[in-house]
Write a protein that binds this ligand. Structure first.
Ligand SMILES: *Cc1c(COP(=O)(O)O)cnc(C)c1O
Length: 367
């Protein structure tokens, strides 16, 4: 204990390897593995994580936006990279960096074909996304003939993959709906491939999909949160290891008299004598105001200390009255002994939001 000197997000690449191998063990041998590394690899470290995944044998990477893909190419990652949510203004850069865009609407498809033609591309790989019930991004089943119309008489692009996304893959109560989505996707893929004259790779499952719908792996699956140690299910969480641990130190201790207050707007009122610790981490680091006022707790020497009062931009105060600690001691915000899922749940959010909110000013340390 105690080599942490400032707020640090530790990234454990052996935990990443463990999670990758666990998820792989749930796949058929021939199923390809697309690792989702959007949002700084779920708030960790894009390049370190992507390099490790490449080494572990991931077949594909995916990011949300073009700029995230460019970062990977600049780090000399050579795996195919799917850009899930590209905007037309970046289509030139997508081709320049050899990224594979997701085509999610007639407008996007038309504009990307134009760009690929103007750059004299042939068979440039794209993914076509169908909406099967999430109602977020994607073509409708009724767009198939439109897509075929756009694709014929051109050689600039070629459909490498077709995909869809489940709306509630973690929710057993929505099993029927999910199975309906899978069935619709299968039907769409068959119709599209018949009309194309070849079969693109199909991918639909996210982490919870891999765990709950093994029959729908098709040729590839897309996993994000599972790689980082969370499976949206307490049983699965036991099998996985958290990749990120957020640690900080006690900057200062304060003895608080009865009827004093702590922090902005005097939100914490002391009932009696209290000992508080001020930590160098706040909402600008990703610990939002929802965690304050007693909602979330951190660990000091293995003991729970609640965050009291309002979370400040660069600080939080915790109650350490019953904990023997001193200035400079290490504090665990979340990690192996206190899971990010538990911390997030204390403020009614989820590990995805907590992890991806950890801001870029927090030091990353790869272990
Ligand atoms: C983020 C994302 C994923 C990864 O989902 P997890 O639940 O983190 O495994 C997969 N597919 C799409 C389309 C996504 O946006």
């Amino acid at each position: 204990m105690g080599n942490i000197k400032e707020t640090t997000l530790e990234i454990d690449l052996s935990a990443l390897a463990h999670n990758f191998n666990f998820l792989k063990s749930r796949l058929q041998k021939k199923t390809r593995f697309l690792a989702v590394v959007k949002a700084f690899a779920y708030g960790s470290d894009t390049v370190a994580v992507a390099q490790k995944l490449e080494q572990l044998g991931a077949d594909y990477l995916a990011v949300a936006y073009t700029q995230e893909g460019i970062l990977l190419r600049e780090a000399e990652i050579t795996l195919p990279i799917l850009v899930l949510h590209p905007q037309p203004i970046n289509f030139g850069k997508i081709i320049e960096h050899g990224l594979e865009p997701n085509m999610y609407s007639p407008r996007i498809l038309k504009l990307f074909i134009q760009e690929a033609k103007s750059q004299k591309q042939s068979d440039y790989p794209v993914h076509i996304k169908f909406n099967t019930g999430l109602n977020r991004l994607g073509f409708w089943e009724s767009d198939i003939n439109h897509i075929i119309g756009q694709l014929k008489d051109q050689k600039a692009i070629k459909v490498k993959c077709i995909l869809s996304h489940l709306a509630a893959s973690e929710d057993a109560n929505e099993r029927e709906f999910s199975l309906g989505q899978i069935q619709t996707f299968q039907k769409i893929a068959t119709e599209l491939s018949e009309k194309l004259g070849y079969m693109p790779l199909r991918h639909m499952l996210n982490t919870s999909g891999i765990l709950n719908y093994p029959e729908a792996q098709f040729e590839m699956v897309r996993s994000g949160i599972g790689l980082y140690g969370f499976g949206n299910n307490p049983e699965i969480d036991k099998e996985l290891q958290p990749v990120a641990s957020l640690k900080t130190v006690i900057s200062q201790l304060h003895k608080i008299e009865p009827n004093e207050t702590v922090g902005y707007n005097r939100a914490f009122v002391s009932g009696g004598y209290r000992m508080t610790a001020t930590l160098p981490i706040g909402h600008a680091d990703g610990i939002g105001r929802q965690y304050g006022n007693g909602k979330a707790s951190v660990l000091v020497h293995g003991k729970k200390a609640p965050i009291i009062g309002n979370v400040c931009m660069d600080m939080v105060m915790i109650d350490v009255t019953d904990i023997d600690c001193k200035e400079g001691d290490e504090v665990l915000i979340f990690g192996k002994e206190l899971s990010a899922e538990t911390f997030a749940d204390s403020a009614n959010t989820i590990s995805y939001e907590l992890l991806t909110a950890i801001s870029q000013r927090v030091k990353r340390s790869i272990i």
